[in-house]
Design a binder for this molecule. Structure first.
Ligand SMILES: [Zn+2]
Ligand SMILES: [Zn+2]
Length: 257
């Protein structure tokens, strides 16, 4: 079996990504209620009893809302930073295992590399997941691209990448000034332009798919995001795909070269 991944949905109303390889399946974040999560898993023909663990990037509701309830319901362990566990007040839960953001670890057949990111949460991270020689990068919820991020995401076979907002649409949009500053700030979310800057630094010949995610429904425009990102991927534009708040995206797999 190859490394496969799918999204249950992505955006400010909830995020969750399934990744599986061989006998291991993990859910990265669960920003939906248990009921909604199980419905969305069924849509992907994913059997919940197959889930090995949940990985959590940070405590914001759109990533953590259903995490602890789902972990109890399916009796699976949850991996997160100590800061995230403190913020979620679940340090004492026997299913919670804290991780060090600078120490990769194995989870069944998967190699998990946590990546510390600048975001306005207690101890936020993102993940690069590996199976044999294949690597999938998940990168959302960060205010800017750091050298550490470039280093860890430069060589991936597939990338789920945030393009949250367009700065002009954000400035003109309905958010109150404090929220506009937060979203657009150094600890907020990546703009289309910032995502494009990351893409300019990764190995585009290696990457098979770039799936644009965590797109703001209020402060972005799909055509604009696509144009900005496609402009830095000459000859590789067909690798761009979009994630969606309601539908997520269906199973994709990393192809052996
Ligand atoms: Zn988020
Ligand atoms: Zn967040």
């Amino acid at each position: 079996m190859l490394m496969q991944f799918a999204s249950l949905g992505s955006g400010s109303k909830g995020n969750a990504t399934l990744v599986r390889a061989a006998d291991t399946a993990v859910l990265i974040d669960c920003g939906f209620s248990v009921k909604e999560t199980l419905q969305r898993m069924a849509r992907l023909a994913f059997e919940p009893s197959q889930l090995s663990a949940i990985l959590v990037t940070h405590e914001h509701g759109d990533h953590a809302k259903g995490v602890m309830a789902l972990s109890r319901k399916l009796n699976v362990p949850v991996f997160m930073s100590a800061g995230t566990a403190i913020a979620l007040d679940c340090m004492a839960d026997p299913r919670v295992q804290t991780i060090d953001l600078h120490t990769p670890f194995r989870l069944g057949d998967l190699h998990i590399e946590p990546v510390a990111v600048p975001h306005d949460a207690r101890e936020a991270c993102q993940f690069v997941l590996g199976y044999e020689s294949h690597r999938l990068g998940i990168l959302t919820d960060l205010g800017h691209i750091t050298p550490h991020v470039v280093n860890l995401y430069q060589q991936v076979d597939a990338l789920i990448l945030e393009a949250n907002h367009d700065p002009e649409l954000l400035a003109e949009g309905p958010y109150p000034p404090s929220l506009k500053r937060r979203v657009g700030g150094a600890l907020g979310h990546l703009s289309n332009r910032q995502s494009a800057e990351l893409l300019q630094q990764i190995d585009l010949a290696r990457v098979q798919k770039v799936i644009i995610s965590h797109i703001s429904e209020q402060n972005n425009d799909l055509a604009l995001a696509k144009a900005t990102l496609a402009s830095v991927m000459p000859g590789h534009e067909d690798k761009l795909q979009f994630n969606c708040q309601d539908a997520g995206f269906d199973w994709c797999q990393i192809q052996p070269l």
